[in-house]
Design a protein around this ligand. Structure first.
Ligand SMILES: Cc1cc2nc3c(=O)[nH]c(=O)nc-3n(C[C@H](O)[C@H](O)[C@H](O)COP(=O)(O)OP(=O)(O)OC[C@H]3O[C@@H](n4cnc5c(N)ncnc54)[C@H](O)[C@@H]3O)c2cc1C
Length: 364
């Protein structure tokens, strides 16, 4: 099939590479002039174990399978990663009960190696930590997400696929059994494809509304939840990812590490109604308070506003967390079209697994 993938984020690239490996003729259309310029370069770069999500949900299935696939991919494709492990910490009895329920949830999801440890055992691993207990997840880690995207792009090209940059998709319609796609940008024009994947991240809903015949009622509402990060201006004190218990809309302000061992904190959850990428320095107050619950030694003045990312959510404040949405023909009635909505965390971890199911759906 001639396949068009819209969006060169980590998910679109993984889908394009999988389709090309299966022998399809693949083009990726990307509105900007590079890969990973959307959500994919504004995240924590964490390879999630797959603990939090309801068993049987797409997020549980794709994060656990995707995590295993991603470690394998990184090993075979020379992409930097560090399976450094993660501690989800409890600082009081209420949090300990939450951590215990996360252990049960993670085991139900088939996450390997989870272990509940006491405060002293946690401090033996991370001396600066203050907690009464913690869930240790040895399978969690971090990845060089840009290196990963470059490797996906390289393999796509090795299989004959290519990316058209500065090529926004403007309109899509179905005629004579093919998808007619109208592109903008310097090389504006129209090309026909057998199959289309809408993997446009924050632009997925807007694009779905420009697909002729796509039922309007089947386009879910896009809800934006910004996640702000603060860098730590000092020598890193943790070697593992440290997470508090989750909060409404996110996993809590946690310690993330990059491949160079630098430490930063975030993301928080800021519900917004339009895209904006500035980090308000005043949010630091809440960061200091939250971080000091598990790291008392956080020095004053050590948090520096860093970057932020926006989660393309399908659920709002106070609502149960929505799942990923993979809308194929049974969902909208249109052949060889898959639209992806709500691919927030753990989308990076899940990317290779999502790609398998999306290409399966195109081939069905
Ligand atoms: C704050 C934050 C922290 C996160 N942390 C993690 C984490 O630690 N681990 C994890 O697994 N996941 C994490 N995630 C989730 C992960 O980053 C995303 O799920 C993933 O990056 C989504 O990739 P994507 O390809 O769907 O979207 P994007 O990367 O946004 O790619 C979509 C692309 O489509 C392009 N586009 C849009 N409209 C059009 C159009 N009409 N025509 C052509 N191109 C178009 C855009 O320019 C963009 O490049 C986090 C997300 C956020 C926001």
């Amino acid at each position: 099939m001639q396949v068009l993938v819209v969006g060169a984020g980590v998910v679109g690239l993984a889908i394009a590479r999988t389709a090309a490996l299966r022998g399809h003729d693949v083009i990726v259309a990307e509105a900007t002039d590079g890969v990973g310029n959307g959500i994919s370069s504004r995240n924590s770069e964490v390879i999630h174990g797959g603990i939090y999500y309801p068993t049987g949900s797409l997020r549980a299935r794709h994060s656990t399978r995707g995590r295993r696939m991603l470690y394998e991919f990184c090993t075979t494709h020379n992409v930097g990663y560090n399976k450094c492990g993660k501690l989800i910490v409890a600082t009081d009895n209420a949090e300990l009960a939450k951590v215990e329920s996360l252990l049960a949830q993670g085991r139900k999801n088939g996450v390997e190696g989870l272990e509940l440890i006491g405060g002293n055992a946690a401090r033996a691993l991370e001396a600066e930590l203050s907690c009464i207990g913690a869930l240790l997840s040895p399978e969690s880690g971090i990845v060089d997400s840009h290196g990963y995207m470059l490797a996906l792009w390289g393999e796509l090209e090795d299989c004959g696929g290519r990316i058209a940059f500065a090529t926004p998709v403007q309109r899509i319609s179905f005629a004579a059994q093919r998808w007619q796609v109208q592109f903008g940008g310097p090389d504006a024009g129209s090309i026909a494809f057998d199959a289309v994947v809408n993997s446009a991240g924050l632009g997925a809903q807007a694009l779905a509304r420009r697909i002729d015949g796509y039922p309007a009622a089947k386009v879910p509402r896009l809800i934006l939840a910004k996640g702000n990060y603060f860098a730590f201006a000092g020598t890193p004190v943790f070697a593992r990812l440290i997470y508090p218990t989750p909060v409404d809309g996110g996993l809590g302000v946690h310690v993330t590490l990059d491949m160079a061992g630098r430490m930063r904190f975030g993301p928080d959850v800021e519900w917004i109604d339009h895209e904006s990428y500035t980090v308000d320095p005043r949010r630091a107050d809440a960061f200091y308070a939250r971080i000091r619950s598990y790291w008392r030694g956080l020095p004053d003045g050590s948090l520096v506003p860093d970057y932020c990312g926006i989660r393309p959510k399908l659920s709002g404040p106070g609502q149960p967390q929505a799942d990923f949405m993979i809308a194929a023909e049974p969902a909208h009635g249109l052949p060889r079209l898959v639209c992806l909505f709500g691919i927030e965390s753990p989308g990076l971890t899940s990317s290779l697994s999502l790609a398998e199911d999306v290409v399966d759906a195109l081939e069905a």
